[in-house]
Write a protein that binds this ligand. Sequence first.
Ligand SMILES: Cc1cc2nc3c(=O)[nH]c(=O)nc-3n(C[C@H](O)[C@H](O)[C@H](O)COP(=O)(O)OP(=O)(O)OC[C@H]3O[C@@H](n4cnc5c(N)ncnc54)[C@H](O)[C@@H]3O)c2cc1C
Length: 444
Amino acid sequence: MRWKTLDLQGWGRTSSGACQAARPERVAEAVAALADADDTGILAHGAGTSYGDVAINPGGRVLLTRRLNRLLAFDPATGEVVAEAGVTIRDLLRVFLPRGFLIPVSPGTAFVTLGGAVANDVHGKNHEGAGSFCTHVRWLDLLLPSGEIVRTGPDQRPELFQATAGGVGLTGVILAVCLRLKPVSSNGVVVTERRIPDMDGFLAALEQVEVGAYSVGWIDALSGGGALGRGVLQVGRPATGPVPVPPRRDRSLPVDLPGFVLNPLTVAAFNALYWRRVPAAGRERVLAYETFSYPLDAILQWNRLYGAAGFHQFQCVVPAAGGPAALRRLLEETSRARAASFLAVLKRLGDGRAGFLSFPRAGYTLAMDFPHRAGTLALLARLERVVREHGGRVYLAKDSALSPEGFAEMYPEADRFRAVLAEVDPAGRMTSALARRLKLRRAA
Ligand SMILES: Cc1cc2nc3c(=O)[nH]c(=O)nc-3n(C[C@H](O)[C@H](O)[C@H](O)COP(=O)(O)OP(=O)(O)OC[C@H]3O[C@@H](n4cnc5c(N)ncnc54)[C@H](O)[C@@H]3O)c2cc1C
């Protein structure tokens, strides 16, 4: 296997480092690359759309999985597809949506690989009804650090499955995924949008959305006072019949925007525009599934908006009881710091999760972007404190700043995860910057 030095970054571009990278095209090459790993450790890297340091291994090795991207089998009677781990959600939608099958759970970008979706047990805008991604996985083929390939699922070596679903790549390299797709009668979504004036209004409106719909709140995290938590609520429900898909024009941001362009004034102006874009009486549109689900995918490399210094995304979930108070404090801290960028995202989550380190739990999840500036890390530490005080947790897929003590408090099943790692990887060959930062291998 050829190894090449590559500077890998998280999507937020604040976490980065030189790694020795190999790009296997076949399973045998992945097996050989893993066998070749030295004591600097190794990690699989999918599409690199995790924001922080979960997918990088500076000073060590990474296995780039994007060329392990074959579709292996499909059963139209059950909707079960078997695909290599480097296949993306976008690949699956292109092939299967025209045939009446939809991905049951998707994050807000279609560029993610199946391996990445499993390793973070990702969630979508339908989490309350649909659960997390891995609750739709029947089995995985996993290349263990020992070089052995095993099949694991909810009914086969379940502890290994629970450690791999949301296990941030530390149990081995996922080679193939068997996923149940969802039969649908339309490729479209009926989307209703309405303005919501404040936090209480938002929570009440989210409460009224039926389980099974897609729902997401876009919040202006700069507004405070009586307008704290104002924003736009989008709800999507299945359309009937075919919906035209607008031709894709991949635009990309060719350069880093200078850091000063994004300041509280320009961001406030953007947020106000977003709010006014929706008529006061609300509106309803029928959109193709991709248009509704992946607004940010329309601009490739949009992360350059934040300039060369990059940005952090903070995503947490807080339990429903006490949730409103926690959300208010998080937004107050953010609004006071005048640090947020663009819109924050608010969603309800249910209990559906598959792994020991899976993020979702019933409650509210809030995600906010912060350009990396003086004071940003101190703000993130304050937000972590609020989340800890309210019994919530921070999402590892987005994280670059959580403390090991915070992790230990937020992820009570971490010891069950560690017990599986001790069994399948006693020498600690699989590792990442996040694993080292949060001391995932031993208790804090
Ligand atoms: C615009 C945008 C919107 C997003 N919206 C959401 C959202 O709504 N919900 C949500 O949950 N997430 C969301 N995310 C985060 C993203 O979905 C997750 O970080 C996802 O896991 C990334 O997949 P990836 O292929 O890019 O994996 P990477 O980021 O490359 O890697 C992620 C993790 O997966 C591991 N991994 C990757 N491939 C394998 C493999 N073959 N075997 C073992 N481990 C592997 C890596 O080691 C790493 O730990 C969003 C990200 C962006 C940029």
